[in-house]
Write a protein that binds this ligand. Structure first.
Ligand SMILES: [Zn+2]
Length: 366
């Protein structure tokens, strides 16, 4: 869970990929494409249905029914039955009702999932294809199969595949959550943009009230995803996130304005005026006047800037610094407009005079 002050841009970065072991990494010789293992419809608790389909969606468990369903083996002098404890001792034993024989569920599953190529041999024929029902040699053959190298590697590959499935599920879950979060974030951003465009206050007396929270609450009535998102502890609506989003939007707007000036208008003028804020600190508002791409005169407020002194030199220094940050060349400044206060309009050390020392063509207009 991210902290509330997590950077908003972190959200759009792709999640780290969960790397799973590729079960086909190992080179192995050619197992066969076995016949389907099918649990009959009547088999109570049948947990296997490995069909002829290419995809085996899940690894379930072997079919190990009541012993009554398993045929006995009749010899000359006795009758042999399948022993219940064999299912316990060899958990991979799977009874195929169609064949009336037992198979190795693990090896057949691996073959059905095409973890191997094709091959033939007694190993394949007995426990993967034809089945086994010679109970007289049951223990001997079961042990031999279980100890075989092929069975051991098959178990390893199947386990790796299960692990892969888990990783895939986790990855899918992460992506789903990310999509829902991004949809909610878009609603948050567009709500802020609307309020900013309309010049509405974002917050009220404290962060828990105000237009932003009310607008989101209203929009969540028609959006269940947003409603759920807002119930989260970390929902990206904190004051810090609001300010970060507004800053991103402000920078994007500034970049667009400056690009328009440099590419379309080239020449521009500035309008500067200031006043003290509630803290008593001087704030200078800077507007830029230029000709837009549609040949209409544009006049955009680009920001409020704090200064420590109100002298003409201080204001002019601040103005030159702002133009430099915006990559607007002062050589293209052809007009400056201020009030008639001496610090701004004065011909000696006034702001307009200080600017003219750098750009004499910047005509001062009251
Ligand atoms: Zn096996």
């Amino acid at each position: 869970m991210e902290k509330q002050n997590t950077k908003i841009l972190d959200f759009f970065r792709p999640s780290k990929e969960v790397k799973a072991k590729d079960p086909t990494d190992e080179v192995w010789t050619d197992p066969p494409l076995p016949p389907a293992i099918e649990a009959s419809d009547s088999a109570v608790g049948a947990a296997v249905s490995v069909s002829d389909d290419d995809e085996c969606p899940e690894l379930l468990k072997p079919h190990q029914p009541d012993l009554d369903l398993i045929l006995t083996q009749t010899l000359a002098n006795r009758t042999l039955k399948f022993q219940a404890k064999w299912f316990k001792d060899f958990s991979w034993l799977h009874f195929d009702e169609r064949l009336c024989k037992v198979l190795c569920y693990t090896c057949v599953s691996a073959s059905r999932k095409k973890l191997f190529g094709t091959c033939s041999g007694s190993f394949v024929d007995t426990f993967i294809r034809s089945g086994f029902c010679n109970w007289k040699k049951a223990l001997e053959k079961f042990h031999a199969h279980q100890k075989s190298k092929r069975h051991a590697i098959t178990v390893e590959k199947i386990n790796a595949l299960k692990q892969t499935d888990v990783h895939a599920q986790i990855e899918t879950q992460i992506k789903d959550n990310q999509i829902l979060a991004q949809k909610a974030l878009v609603k948050i951003i567009t709500s802020l943009r609307y309020l900013a465009e309309e010049g509405c206050a974002i917050r009220g007396k404290d962060a828990s009230e105000g237009n932003f929270k009310k607008l989101l609450s209203l929009r969540s009535e028609d959006d269940a995803n947003l409603a759920n998102w807002l119930k989260r502890t970390t929902n990206y609506t904190s004051v810090e996130i609001q300010n970060e989003i507004l800053l991103i939007m402000r920078n994007a707007a500034l970049r667009e304005i400056c690009q328009d000036i440099n590419e379309q208008s080239v020449q521009f003028a500035v309008i500067v005026d200031g006043t003290q804020d509630i803290r008593g600190i001087e704030q200078e508002a800077i507007c830029i006047r230029y000709v837009g791409s549609d040949l209409d005169v544009e006049e955009d407020l680009i920001g409020l800037y704090e200064i420590n002194a109100t002298t003409g030199v201080a204001v002019a220094t601040m103005l030159k610094y702002v133009l430099l940050r915006l990559q607007l060349s002062i050589t293209n400044l052809h007009g400056q407009t201020y009030d008639r206060a001496s610090n701004m309009s004065g011909s000696n050390l006034g702001c307009q005079d200080e600017v003219k020392k750098v750009q004499p063509l910047a005509k001062y207009v009251h």
